[in-house]
Design a protein around this ligand. Sequence first.
Ligand code: NDP
Length: 287
Amino acid sequence: MAIRIDGRELSKKVKERIKAEVEELVKSGKRAPGLAVIQIGEDPASSIYVRNKERACEQCGFVSWKKTLAEDTSQEELLALVEEFNNNPDCDGILCQLPLPEGLDENLVIETIRPDKDVDGFHPINAGKLLLGLPTLEPCTPYGIMEMLHEYGIDVAGKNAVVLGRSNIVGKPIALMLLREHATVTICHSRTKNLEQICREADILVTAMGRADMVDLKYTNPDQIIIDVSINRKDDGKVVGDVLYSEVEPKVQAITPVPGGVGPMTIAMLMQNTLNAYKRHEGISEE
Ligand code: NDP
């Protein structure tokens, strides 16, 4: 049976550590970190994510602002709200829940958020810094994956890491982070040939395709560590990852479950990024 990389447990630990640190800061007379969460429209999935983020702010002792704008909000109104938080000295992080309703320009919104408050790590300046290996606010999902690997003592140096997916929010940044820690990285996508064979040779396999149950035993080997990022809702309402868990789990070294793996870590690292941004704003060392 594989080691279960438990994102739910680890995320609790991360949030408890943050909470303790914030309590100390507040006790010493400093303000608490602040996060603004903007939602446009009432998409049910987005509402769940936003609620979870608000709850995490409470758990960590952060100040949070939740702003819900109407589905037909104009680009100008949305950008004006972002600017308001850009200029609010008590606000350390701003995130706009994606995807946006049709007609609103996602890139423009991301580029309007001040890079030092971009706790999603999506701003081109932060993406560029990650590419260059400079300190920055890193995208939460890959940041959480690296935290899981560290916590479980998985040294990636020299390992053969295969990433399934090349999105800007998961595939590309996790590939860069694995490379930074000296893995040999292969990025695969929908045009990749010999996918099964490439995956079978991986020591670490990160799957972020959004393809329910696609990764079966043909993609794995007994020594493999699998990080399943995907969240796929099946017709019967069940949430699964890309990995056919029941078949694969008994035959690999370690694996993240879905749900309870990468998902909770993403929110925990959003809190960590907000604390990191706060420390930079307040001139506190991040050591
Ligand atoms: P995207 O749809 O942006 O990217 C999917 C990637 O997978 C693309 O690069 C695509 O290739 C590749 N792909 C799709 N089908 C195949 C296939 N059959 N063979 C090989 N490659 C394939 O998704 P995201 O990166 O935004 O998200 C991926 C998954 O992770 C989703 O399920 C999402 O819900 C989940 N997610 C989970 C998070 C969490 O906190 N746990 C956070 C963010 C996302 P191509 O580029 O060629 O189209």
